[in-house]
Design a binder for this molecule. Structure first.
Ligand code: KG4
Ligand code: ZN
Length: 334
């Protein structure tokens, strides 16, 4: 049985997991930095890399302990190469290289978004290619066709703010805590989408744009505050969530129809959003909509291990000259 130790440190979670053949999860450890960054209303890159330095060794040790394995029992070490914050990525990549060298194990470099798109296999190993993937996180919004393991055809991506970034920035303006997505979802549950904020449909493409929505919400709040008019945070949260979810769900449904794909996978932190999940399923009742549990939607190392299994099978290993890449492009064909 192949056993891979996977390490993820691209943003504000230090994570390690052990994944075995058949997407079996033997250990999954996540040290989140959210409480540290909450003080600043968002991720502070310098602090993130220092936190990774403190956490990476104990997190990996805990994962091995949970799996009941030593380094000698492993077949490979996998790590997120990019994209992400360079200082954060470097901690994971350097440590993975050192471990691989010391233990004489092959090293596997994983694209962070390929990790997100592989996360559903951990709970749905029966998932088959091809499928449409809507990848929505704090730093990316994209639509891709997963044609086969490791082969992604990018259909469109965010032209400005990512969907998660929009949630985070709007939450901040509303005085809600970081990360904004879960906070907005919670507030929205007590509100009504009574305000119509603008949606950028970009009809001729599968790209997304959320910076106009963010500005519209900020302007709305400024005007209300200047005029001393009351508003309910819950209603603004529900209206902003509606504007984001509406576009994401409609574009995913359109792409799945257009390319004749029967399965839609929702991936990335924003895929934890309940309104998004139900809206996509509502729009394509005849299609299979697959999404990971929330813990596998937000950053984790189990998804990196899931993506690495295929690379291991192909003998696709990295050299010890592997470098972290903040803007690593997703491998795709056109
Ligand atoms: O995938 P992820 O953990 O990190 C990146 O790769 O960026 O995604 C984090 C993002 C944050 O912007 C957060 O606000 C958003 O995912 N998020 C959500 C929810 N949970 C996390 N957005 C909407 N609804 C949620 N329930
Ligand atoms: Zn992510």
């Amino acid at each position: 049985m192949v056993k891979i130790l996977a390490i993820e440190s691209s943003c504000d979670e230090t994570a390690a997991a052990v994944v075995a053949d058949g997407y079996q999860l033997l250990a999954n450890v996540i040290a989140t930095q959210i409480p540290v960054h909450q003080l600043y209303g968002g991720v502070v890159p310098e602090i993130a890399s220092r936190e990774h330095l403190n956490s990476v060794v104990p997190v990996v040790e805990r994962a091995l302990q949970e799996a009941g394995l030593g380094l000698a029992d492993l077949d490979a070490v996998a790590v997120t190469q990019g994209p992400g914050l360079i200082g954060s990525l470097l901690v994971g990549v350097s440590y993975a290289k050192a471990l691989a060298l010391a233990a004489g194990l092959p090293l596997i470099a994983v694209h962070h978004l390929a990790g997100h798109m592989s996360a559903p296999f951990l709970e749905h190993p029966d998932l088959t290619f091809p499928y449409l993937a809507l990848v929505v996180s704090g730093s990316h919004s994209g639509l891709a066709i997963a044609e086969q393991a490791g082969h992604y055809r990018l259909l469109g991506q965010s032209r400005d703010d990512a969907a998660g970034e929009a949630f985070d920035k709007i939450a901040r303006a509303l005085g809600l805590p970081y990360p904004g997505g879960p906070a907005i979802q919670q507030a929205a549950a007590q509100g009504q989408p009574i305000y119509e904020f603008p949606c950028a449909w970009l009809d001729d493409s599968y790209d997304f744009s959320f910076s106009g929505l963010k500005s519209a919400v900020l302007n709305f709040l400024n005007k209300k505050q200047m005029k001393g008019e009351p508003y309910r945070v819950e209603d603004v949260a529900a209206s902003a969530q509606e504007a984001i979810v509406k576009v994401l769900a409609a574009k995913a449904a359109r792409a799945a129809e257009h390319f004749g794909l029967d399965t839609i996978v929702l991936a990335g932190g924003v895929a934890a959003n309940q309104a998004l999940r139900s809206r996509v399923q509502q729009m394509v009742p005849d299609k299979r909509v697959v999404y990971p549990s929330p813990v596998f939607c937000t950053d984790n190392a189990a998804m990196i291990g899931a993506a690495a299994l295929n690379k291991y099978a192909q003998g696709d290993f990295a050299g010890l000259d592997l470098n972290a890449q903040a803007n690593l492009p997703l491998y795709f064909y056109n």
